[in-house]
Design a protein around this ligand. Structure first.
Ligand SMILES: Cc1cc2nc3c(=O)[nH]c(=O)nc-3n(C[C@H](O)[C@H](O)[C@H](O)COP(=O)(O)OP(=O)(O)OC[C@H]3O[C@@H](n4cnc5c(N)ncnc54)[C@H](O)[C@@H]3O)c2cc1C
Length: 414
């Protein structure tokens, strides 16, 4: 089997994004994937403006828009009755695409596949096993189709990454104590074009519109809450969800109709101690995971791919020493941003999910402080990480802030 410049292991969002980015540099890229078709999973559907800017450069945003993707203008944390408690108004962002874009996960993968440059080959139905090593450096991949040499290996094989383990890159994964039950509600075109997250006594409820008049609804559940529930039990459970969240009333009838088609998904957070070894880089959930509340996982995977291509382009060749220097720069840059984005996602999840007085005060304080809200939105949007100071954190918890109505310069300019 002849050599490739790059072998990408996995064709989820991270792998396909890496193939788009590295293929655009003119490299010969092979993508290996065990699945014959993308899994119809109810995850990774909301793209942030930072990702849209990158995806536009690859031609993916246009494909998604043509495939009916829905633009969402706000991220709103609400009380259980629907009253807004904190509004992130994306229209204020300093970008020419100041909105979120929502589409089904398989459609996002399809758009990425449709935009792959001509030098990229995707081979499905292939299982990879481990990296090939030469003198302490990764020089290819072992798969069930044989050994495939390459100048660079990109591990994009998800949260349980076999490649990460085989490359001896360690990570500590913290699983959240809850799961998210996902429902796809058909015929529900009455909801606003925003992401609405409800804070209720029983945890998080989130909805947003999807193409063709559908709505995605996530309901926070305990790990065994829905296990073995028959039709009647599920119906009683749904009435409890609706009773505890009056803001969901407009969706009540489609929720009752859509109960049978549910998926229950776990949430976790992690960041590998290093994202690289010589000759190999981790992208996407092989290297990091975060709570879905702030819609950052897939967006971080796209940013990984973009950064990896940037440092490799600056390196100028795929000679081993040049690649390994570029990989160290990738690791430095991404681990700092991922640490910050991971903390933002974790804090956002805590503010919405935790019933503690501190978490609720933080939500109220952030909701009332225009300045801090805009800084948080800038980070969440993927346009650049804005650090909150210790004083900002105290303002979030209720310390009066004389600058609370003074918007950052970028927001004032719009
Ligand atoms: C409920 C929920 C909602 C979410 N919502 C959002 C959101 O709105 N926005 C957002 O940005 N993120 C969101 N996320 C996170 C996002 O879905 C993930 O971060 C993203 O999908 C991870 O992509 P990945 O390519 O890294 O991994 P994966 O999607 O897991 O892809 C890994 C691929 O590698 C393949 N593979 C693995 N091992 C092998 C092997 N040995 N041989 C061959 N192939 C292999 C797998 O088949 C798979 O296709 C959400 C997550 C959850 C759970």
């Amino acid at each position: 089997m002849s050599g490739y410049d790059v072998v990408v292991c996995g064709a989820g969002v991270a792998g396909l994004a890496a193939a788009c980015a590295l293929g655009a540099l003119g490299h010969r890229v092979l993508v290996l994937e065990k699945r014959l078709m993308p899994a119809p999973v109810a995850k990774g559907e909301v793209l942030q403006p930072g990702s849209l800017a990158i995806l536009r450069g690859w031609g993916v945003t246009d494909l998604l828009e043509r495939a009916g993707a829905v633009r969402l203008s706000k991220l709103v944390a609400r009380a259980a009755d629907g009253r807004p408690r904190m509004v992130l108004d994306y229209g204020r962002l300093p970008t020419d695409q100041p909105w979120l874009l929502a589409h089904d996960y398989p459609s996002i993968l399809e758009a990425l596949t449709g935009a792959l440059p001509s030098g990229v080959e995707v081979r499905r139905g292939v299982v990879f096993d481990q990296p090939l090593w030469t003198a302490g450096r990764v020089t290819g991949v072992r798969s069930d189709e044989g050994d495939i040499p390459a100048s660079l290996v990109v591990a994009a094989d998800g949260i349980t990454s076999r490649m990460r383990t085989a490359a001896r890159l360690s990570t500590e994964r913290h699983d959240y104590a809850h799961r998210l039950a996902a429902f796809e509600l058909a015929g529900a075109d009455t909801v606003d074009r925003d992401v609405s997250a409800y804070v209720t006594e029983d945890g998080l409820r989130v909805h947003y519109p999807l193409p063709r008049g559908r709505v995605r609804l996530y309901v926070q559940v305990a790990p065994d809450e829905l296990r073995d529930l028959e039709e009647d039990g599920l119906r009683r459970w749904a009435e409890r969800v609706l009773g505890g969240c009056p803001g969901l009333a407009p969706l009540a009838s489609v929720f009752r109709d859509g109960l049978a088609r549910k998926q229950v998904l776990p949430a976790s957070r992690s960041l590998a101690d290093s994202l690289v070894v010589p000759g190999l880089a981790l992208v996407g959930e092989s290297g990091h995971s975060m709570h879905p509340m702030a819609a950052q996982g897939m967006n971080s995977a796209i940013a990984d791919a973009h950064e990896l291509a940037t440092v490799l382009r600056q390196g100028g060749s795929l000679a081993p020493g040049v690649v390994d220097h570029a990989l160290r720069r990738y690791d430095n840059a991404r681990r700092i941003d991922l640490g910050r984005v991971g903390r933002v996602s974790h804090n956002a999840a805590r503010m919405i999910i935790s019933r503690s007085r501190l978490a609720q005060r933080a939500l109220t304080g952030t909701g009332r402080n225009d300045r801090i809200r805009h800084e948080v939105m800038h980070t969440v949007s993927g346009l650049g990480v804005r650090r909150l100071t210790l004083l900002d954190r105290l303002h979030q918890l209720g310390l009066p802030d004389p600058r609370s109505t003074r918007l950052p310069t970028w927001a004032r300019a719009r």
